[in-house]
Write a protein that binds this ligand. Structure first.
Ligand code: FE2
Length: 600
């Protein structure tokens, strides 16, 4: 009776009732919060499509930084190194150091510098100020020539590349670069080598960014990336937008063809590349950057030569990875094998199908067709840059570009998933993209290469080109597939062209098939093959394969945890000052046992 009495008193007391109810609600809240904070995994996919539209309180773009901006201005005298950058070789025991000396020239009459006047030396060691080792390398200059009224020619400073070898993995190094005989050495810089290929060692943080440009938004992206402290960077093409500085950027003319009616070619303002090199130096003289070419790197000049700046400025491990082209290569970083593919160079299964075209090009070069005439012949093939590449290749190396497809198969066959469990691929224009911009633009490349990547179990594919963020559900051949790669587009680095906001499934925003023509390769547009939209070019709602999309500038960070789990975080520029904030976050989980039928 006594117990019953107290029990009744307890439950009837308003204070105690309030206390118990509050406790119950708090527990419920905790559960809700913990569920909300739980980072999803791809194992829970496919996810229903989600769109977060552009925040109209933000600006869709910003102006180019002026050439006299403190981050773009030259800060050393001519013989001293500047624009210092690092790139990984194919293994973590080797790294490329690049820099520029001398002054670039721009104007109607430019005289190339002589690279032999300055040595390419790197002195380095594991203690500050004590450089036990040294290596020498090679140097070159390149010119961008426009023999047309009113356009500016350019010739670069001397670009140096030195490959350091025999490095210890996971070790901090101190280095200086320059020419000791001229007493023109850089100040001391540092880098840390990545871990050896192994299923238990991974780069700490990999930053992924595309279509960066050189605007105020690019500045925010780079500062945000620095804050996230990456150990390497994947740079997915469209770097400087030098080819738009004279039109949309800077104080350029509003209409290029109106200002230069006699110019059959669009001038690129090459000093932007030097500005970009200085802008990036504080980050990439310390953290290796792995680059792949985008359409803004094509930069066609006189005689049909293209990709000159990209080719001269960046050291990539093409030779080390068995590629004969710096448009595609591979490398290892801890337990990850990276494949960097070229979308603006032959990607077909049978490269020899273009034999007659190649033969024709070789014949013209052999017959010493004048450059001017060759330029117009090239223009006739302007929808296909193969001619440019072939001529360039023939003149410089006396051999045509090898088949990327053949190289890719060989490279994939050599990957040992016991050593590098993760396989990550990257190229500039995405295969899967639900924005109106560049919709299905590189469908031909997808049809040529997707089967091979799926067969070998590529885990993640990064692309840029579209100026917005999108993460796909695992898919293969436009079909949801638990063993397909996770495709992620991060072409939202902050360039002058503004963020993309229209989706191909928005009413009236489906591009016509002629709207998105690739700068290289053919057109292979496909209509939807099943479901309510069967037979249509665009979906009437966000496609089931598009898991999440948002129109915002930003960059991503990939943190591989072990041989099956990796954390992917997309950081939006507007969140730069917020702690623990992200635009998108997911654990990408490999399932080698489930997908072993497809993985070689
Ligand atoms: Fe692009």
């Amino acid at each position: 009776m006594v117990v019953d009495y107290y029990s009744k008193q307890l439950w009837c007391s308003p204070f105690l009732l309030f206390f118990f109810l509050t406790a119950i609600i708090m527990e419920e809240m905790k559960l809700i919060i913990s569920t909300a904070n739980q980072i999803p995994t791809t194992l829970e996919g496919p996810f229903p499509p989600v769109t977060r539209r552009f925040d109209s309180s933000l600006r869709r773009g910003s102006d180019d930084l002026p050439m006299d901006h403190p981050r773009l201005r030259k800060r050393v005298s001519p013989m001293f190194p500047e624009q210092i950058s690092l790139a990984l070789s194919s293994q973590p025991t080797s790294i490329w150091v690049s820099w520029v000396t001398g002054d670039a020239q721009i104007g109607s009459n430019v005289i190339p510098l002589d690279p032999s006047t300055v040595k390419s030396e790197v002195w380095y060691g594991t203690q500050s100020g004590n450089y036990q080792f040294s290596q020498t390398g090679k140097s070159e200059v390149y010119s961008q020539l426009y023999p047309f009224q009113g356009l500016l020619n350019y010739t670069s400073g001397i670009i140096h590349h030195v490959r350091l070898q025999g490095l210890e993995p996971g070790k901090k190094y101190y280095y200086k670069c320059g020419d000791t005989s001229l007493s023109a050495m850089s100040k001391e810089h540092t880098f840390k080598t990545l871990p050896l290929p192994s299923p238990i060692n991974y780069p700490r943080r990999i930053a992924v960014v595309g279509d960066l440009g050189l605007t105020s938004n690019s500045t925010t992206t780079v500062d945000h990336m620095v804050k996230n402290d990456p150990s390497m960077i994947l740079m997915l093409g469209d770097l400087t937008y030098a080819n738009q500085y004279r039109t949309t950027g800077g104080k350029g003319v509003p209409c290029f063809s109106c200002a230069f009616p006699d110019a059959p070619i669009r001038e690129t303002y090459q000093p932007r590349w030097d500005g970009w090199g200085r802008f990036m130096e504080p980050l990439i003289s310390k953290v290796p950057m792995m680059v792949i070419g985008g359409n803004h790197e094509i930069e066609t000049q006189a005689a049909g030569i293209s990709f000159k700046s990209y080719s001269a400025r960046f050291a990539v491990p093409s030779y080390e990875s068995g590629s004969d082209s710096n448009f595609y290569y591979s490398f290892n970083a801890g337990g990850i094998h990276f494949i960097m593919l070229g979308a603006y160079v032959d990607y077909n299964t049978t490269g020899d199908s273009l034999y007659l075209l190649k033969f024709f090009c070789h014949f013209l070069v052999f017959m010493r067709v004048p450059n001017e005439l060759m330029f117009y012949i090239n223009l006739a093939f302007s929808s296909n840059l193969l001619m440019y590449h072939l001529q360039e290749s023939y003149l410089q190396r006396f051999s045509v570009t090898g088949s990327q497809h053949t190289w890719l198969r060989k490279d994939l066959e050599q990957v040992d998933r016991e050593v590098t469990p993760w396989l990550v691929a990257a190229w500039h224009p995405p295969w899967y993209n639900s924005y109106s911009s560049h919709y299905q633009e590189f469908e031909c490349m997808r049809q040529e290469m997707e089967g091979l990547l799926y067969q070998f179990g590529v885990d993640i594919v990064f692309s840029g080109h579209v100026h917005a963020y999108e993460r796909m559900n695992r898919m293969y051949n436009y079909t949801l597939d638990p063993c397909g790669p996770v495709y992620i587009n991060v072409g939202d680095g902050g360039n002058i062209e503004k963020v993309d906001v229209e989706h191909a499934d928005d009413p009236g925003k489906c591009p016509s098939p002629g709207d998105n023509m690739p700068e290289f390769g053919g057109v292979c547009h496909l209509n939807i093959t099943s479901g309510p939209g069967k037979g249509q070019f665009c979906w009437d709602k966000q496609p089931e394969w598009s898991a999440f999309r948002e129109s915002s500038f930003g960059h991503g960070i990939l943190e591989v945890v072990n041989d099956t789990n990796a954390l992917w975080t997309w950081h939006r520029n507007q969140d730069v000052y917020k702690e623990q904030s992200s635009g998108d976050q997911i654990y990408i989980v490999r399932e080698p046992e489930r997908c072993c039928a497809t993985i070689k």
